[in-house]
Design a protein. Structure first.
Length: 185
């Protein structure tokens, strides 16, 4: 090795500098590789977490909006309803026979007041209704029905035998069908 000086101290210092600079360069290269791997790993984890968070929030928003939509649809039926027209087996009933009747729907619970009080659960979706009597004269009974809400009126066509849903809002020729038209109080 040639260092241009014969003084052993100077030569030793130059050797140390050369070794140190070489080791420092090697150390920097190794740490640079670690830093690149660390940044890649951190960026990947960060991107993955952001993606998971974004998709979770998206799903939550979709679920909440559909829940709000269902609640808004069911809330149309919530309230107190008075019958304005009733038909049984194709014959219209006189108004005096239903003038004291009242239907109250709150979420999936109903109360029907007539000659007695009938309470139960009404599950409804897509124009079909399943009615389960829990208290009163219809305790333990299941009725099927179809319903529609139009022009501020609620039409419900019941099949009192509960074996199938009515196909239309008419009772003619169907002795177990009962059609009631309600107006909200």
């Amino acid at each position: 090795m040639r260092f241009g000086s014969t003084d052993p101290k100077v030569c030793k210092q130059k050797i140390y500098k050369k070794v140190l600079s070489s080791n420092l360069k090697s150390f920097q290269d190794q740490n640079q590789n670690r830093l690149v791997r660390y940044n890649f790993s951190t960026n990947f984890k960060s991107t993955l977490m952001r993606s998971i968070l974004f998709h979770s929030l998206l799903i939550l928003c979709l679920v909440c909006s559909s829940t709000i939509n269902v609640a808004a649809q069911s809330n149309k039926l919530d309230g107190n309803w008075k019958p304005v027209r009733e038909e049984f087996g194709g014959s219209e009933l006189p108004p005096a026979s239903f003038e004291k009747q009242k239907l109250t729907i709150i979420d999936s619970n109903y109360i029907f007041i007539a000659e007695s009080v009938d309470k139960g659960i009404a599950r409804y979706k897509d124009g079909k209704m399943d009615i389960y009597g829990k208290e009163g004269v219809n305790i333990g009974k299941h009725f099927t029905a179809i319903y529609k809400f139009e022009n501020e009126l609620l039409l419900i066509c019941y099949n009192l035998s509960g074996d199938k849903y009515p196909e239309a809002f008419e009772t003619k020729g169907k002795p177990t069908y009962f059609l009631s038209t309600f107006k909200k109080e």
